[in-house]
Design a protein around this ligand. Structure first.
Ligand code: PMP
Length: 412
């Protein structure tokens, strides 16, 4: 882990040195990794934690009484505790999952399916990721409920007046991204949840893109469910969590059945385990979650406030550089933004642009970013997206801007 101790004395070059992959080249150029919203890079502390788990502690969790079994269980449950502290909730209300997709499906099937009926409405915003759309469509098909969409303002922020007006008595569930993976817009989720709560609407927050960038206090947000993914916050892929209000989790039937989620099984019937284990059937991604625990420790070692401040400075620089590139259009200009910038360059398809940037060593994502409805809102099939993390540098932003100008010249 980085030895940086206090935000005041942070040496970002040393922080960057913690990430082995960032020091490689692609196409003979130094890598500029601007695709952290897709997946984040991993510090050595995380890689070593996974390695150490397999070398020294590997065993299944919650089953064996032998030493290794105890160590593995302790490490796995230790991540639950660490994550819970990180987002200010109780560990017993935190279900460890394979990521946000699983977490949101769990809410849809275990919470939505039993309570939605014909005439009910699930309210979603125009900027949701497919992971917070498709599970609700599947549940609506089975229950007769329908989906209503809350629209955006042209800058890519939520039209809050329209959102509150859409919270009619038929609305039973509201799904909102905390931070848009395409636009970077940070939504005022605490205020939104307050309004929803007044109207008896259950709130499901997709926090995938919030956790990597800022301190998140789930208790203060006042939502009913909060989902997030580990691999975007320096952790391994296949990790994540769902926090749910205790009374909801206690009342929810399991989503998947199998080992670990039971107290007693007879062929006549099964008594389920208590939450959160009720929702963790089968052998989980133990090593991955051990790595996620190390990731949380790493992020907390730096401090989320320092990370947010660092990224705000990077975003300001990035935006300024991009605005100077001829023919470049930024989609999403809300005042409150994380370091995620979608853009298009006149006369170039997003994929061609990303391919040409790749040849310059710059990794950006191109495509619909699992947000077809949002692409439709902007009237484009795809965008390029530069997404940064605290380990990026101002020099990389300059290299990116130079690559953009070169590509622009190439395109005539
Ligand atoms: N929601 C948002 C806003 C995301 O950015 C992502 C990842 N692209 C997801 C959900 C899905 O996360 P995962 O694939 O890790 O389950």
């Amino acid at each position: 882990m980085s030895t940086v101790a206090s935000p005041a004395g942070l040496d970002w070059a040393r922080v960057r040195a913690d990430f082995p992959l960032l020091h490689r080249e692609v196409h003979g150029k130094p890598l500029v990794y601007f695709d952290s919203a897709n997946t984040g890079q991993k510090p050595a502390a995380v890689i070593e934690a996974v390695d150490a788990f397999y070398r020294r502690h590997n065993a299944n969790v919650s089953r064996a009484v032998h030493a290794l079994g105890m160590e593995a269980t302790e490490a796995y449950e230790g991540t639950r505790e660490r994550l819970a502290r990180h987002v200010n909730v109780a560990a017993e209300d935190l279900v460890l999952t394979s990521g946000t997709t699983f977490a949101l499906n769990l809410v849809a099937y275990s919470f939505g399916l039993p309570r939605l009926k014909t005439g009910d409405v699930v309210l979603l915003t125009r900027m949701e990721h497919h992971a917070n759309i498709v599970p609700w469509q599947l549940i609506c098909e089975r229950t007769g409920a329908t989906i209503r969409v809350a629209e955006l303002l042209p800058d890519g922020s939520l039209d809050l007046d329209a959102l509150y007006a859409a919270m009619t008595p038929e609305v039973k569930i509201l799904g909102v991204a905390h931070v848009s993976n395409v636009l970077g817009t940070i939504n005022p989720v605490a205020a939104i949840c307050r309004e929803a709560r007044k109207r008896g609407i259950a709130t499901v927050i997709d926090g995938s893109q919030a956790l990597p960038h800022m301190a998140v206090d789930v208790a203060a947000i006042g939502c009913d469910f909060y989902a997030f993914t580990g691999h975007k916050m320096c952790g391994p892929t296949g990790t994540g969590a769902l926090w749910g209000r205790r009374e909801h989790l206690a009342a929810m039937p399991p989503f998947l059945g199998g080992g670990e989620m039971i107290k007693e099984v007879r062929y006549e019937g099964t008594i389920f385990n208590d939450p959160p284990h009720r929702f963790e059937a089968g052998t989980p991604n133990i090593a991955g979650h051990v790595g996620l625990g190390a990731a949380v420790g790493y992020l907390d070692g730096i401090g989320m406030a320092a990370i947010a401040a660092r990224e705000a400075a990077l975003l300001a620089h990035l935006t300024e550089e991009m605005q100077q590139v001829d023919g470049l259009r930024i989609l999403g200009t809300a005042a409150d933004k994380a370091a995620v910038v979608s853009f298009l360059v006149e006369g170039a398809h997003a994929h061609d642009l990303a391919t040409l940037l790749d040849l310059e060593g710059v990794a950006v994502r191109s495509g619909h970013h699992c947000a077809h409805p949002l692409m439709r809102f902007f009237g484009v099939p795809a965008t390029c997206r530069a997404s940064l993390a605290f380990y990026n540098t101002h020099e990389e932003i300059e290299a990116f801007a130079a690559a953009l100008r070169k590509v622009r010249r190439l395109l005539g």
